[in-house]
Design a protein around this ligand. Structure first.
Ligand SMILES: [Zn+2]
Length: 407
């Protein structure tokens, strides 16, 4: 009979090489913190990650990973070979939300690290290196190869472009059986549901004119106001939770001018792609209707086309939704690993790099790199190294259980 998953996890955790690796997670903390500080000092704004890609590729080579390469968008890959066909991917995004001009004043006080990006995703990158590092001096042989990935473009306007690129290349997409994504600090969450979002900029343009002498000319601000009103009345389900927001509005020149342009930014979110599609249709219908209503007087006067308002809808973000099936092996494995360590973790729904594999029906989770942290996306960000080793043991044991280990 085959051993049950909890038995298998306990057997792996008791393996002498695995126990030695667990010990090193504690003894080598100073090195992990050092890497975390170093990488956080290399700026990595959205679309400007090249220096950090190069830094990480150097570390991967130092740690003896095979086939180290940086792809055309800046994703960094390194492999620890196994003897199976498909791979377990361990990834961390390397980009930050901070513009290139942000001073990267990273400092350490006792067990705490301070500075922008130190936790999100300095903690993830440090975890990647910590796992690669303990494996580099270990005789553990695992069946499935491990692919270590530092990917670009997770934050904001990056729109998951790094992970999207990984899964657009058949070489990686076909090879990766499981994706374990490390994002930020902590050991107490499992993101297995991908919150989808679609974002738009809507620009309304018209001829403009004088508020008095050109009265009756179609007004882009009024078009958008009408559309916002209609969108705001669109019913959305509470399950699957679905939301919309108009977050930015701009336009006009002066109080006595009919504006030539106005624009809004709209954010639609749901765990269901069908609901996002439905909301997008409702938004487009609201816009078409608002444009028609505003142009009607000009149309009845027989005005020329260039006297009408027109709307342009530009998609500025698209994160696909998805979720891990309740009986997915990856979910069973992380649960067995957490039970083994007596660790309590909450299943969460969020927007992470896991959106891409999950939306493709692939097995993926996002978890933390251990320790604790706070102030993400602010200059006051911090990370506390205490308890990092639990997060690292959790990651390694999950990878080994997914892969299978030879004796
Ligand atoms: Zn992050």
């Amino acid at each position: 009979m085959y051993p049950s998953l909890p038995q298998d996890v306990a057997r792996l955790a008791g393996h002498s090489e695995v126990r030695a690796a667990f010990g090193r997670f504690r003894f080598e903390e100073a090195q992990f913190a050092q890497w975390q500080i170093e990488v956080s000092r290399v700026a990595a704004p959205p679309f400007g990650e090249a220096a950090r890609s190069a830094w990480l590729a150097d570390r991967f080579r130092e740690l003896g990973l095979a086939d180290v390469e940086v792809d055309e968008v800046g994703n960094v890959f390194g492999v620890r070979p196994g003897y199976g066909g498909r791979s377990v991917a361990l990834s961390a995004h390397i980009d930050t939300v901070f513009p290139a001009t942000t001073p990267l004043n990273i400092r350490q006080q006792g067990s705490r690290l301070y500075g922008p990006g130190v936790s999100d995703n300095g903690a993830g990158i440090a975890a990647l290196l910590a796992v690669a590092s303990v494996l580099s001096s270990s005789k553990i042989s695992h069946a499935l190869p491990f692919v270590f990935i530092g990917n670009v473009g997770e934050e904001g306007e990056g729109d998951l472009r790094g992970m999207r690129h990984v899964f657009q290349q058949s070489r990686w997409s076909d090879a990766i059986a499981y994706s374990v994504i490390i994002d930020g600090a902590g050991s107490d969450t499992v993101v297995s549901e991908a919150l989808g979002s679609r974002r738009f900029e809507v620009i309304a343009r018209g001829p403009g004119g004088h508020s008095w002498s050109d009265f009756g000319t179609p007004n882009p601000i009024i078009v958008l106001a009408r559309a916002i009103q209609a969108l705001s009345e669109t019913p959305v389900p509470t399950s699957p939770k679905t939301t919309f927001n108009v977050g930015v509005i701009r336009g006009g020149t002066s109080v006595n001018s009919i504006p030539e342009t106005a624009s809004i930014r709209v954010d639609l979110r749901s765990t269901s792609m069908a609901e996002i599609d439905r909301l997008e249709r409702a938004m487009r219908i609201a816009l078409d209707h608002a444009v028609d209503t505003e142009n009607r007087p000009a149309a009845s006067r027989g005005s020329r086309k260039n006297q009408f308002v027109q709307c342009e809808v530009i998609e500025i973000g698209n994160r696909p939704a998805g979720e891990l099936a309740a009986d997915a092996r990856l979910l069973k494995v992380i649960r067995a690993v957490d039970a083994h360590f007596g660790n309590t973790a909450q299943v969460q729904r969020a927007s992470t790099d896991a959106n891409i594999p999950l939306s493709l029906g692939r097995e993926a989770i996002a978890i933390g790199g251990g320790g604790s942290g706070g102030g993400a996306h602010t200059l006051q960000e911090w990370f506390d190294c205490n308890g990092r080793d639990l997060g690292l043991r959790r990651i390694l044991l999950t990878m080994l259980a997914l892969s299978g280990v030879g004796e």
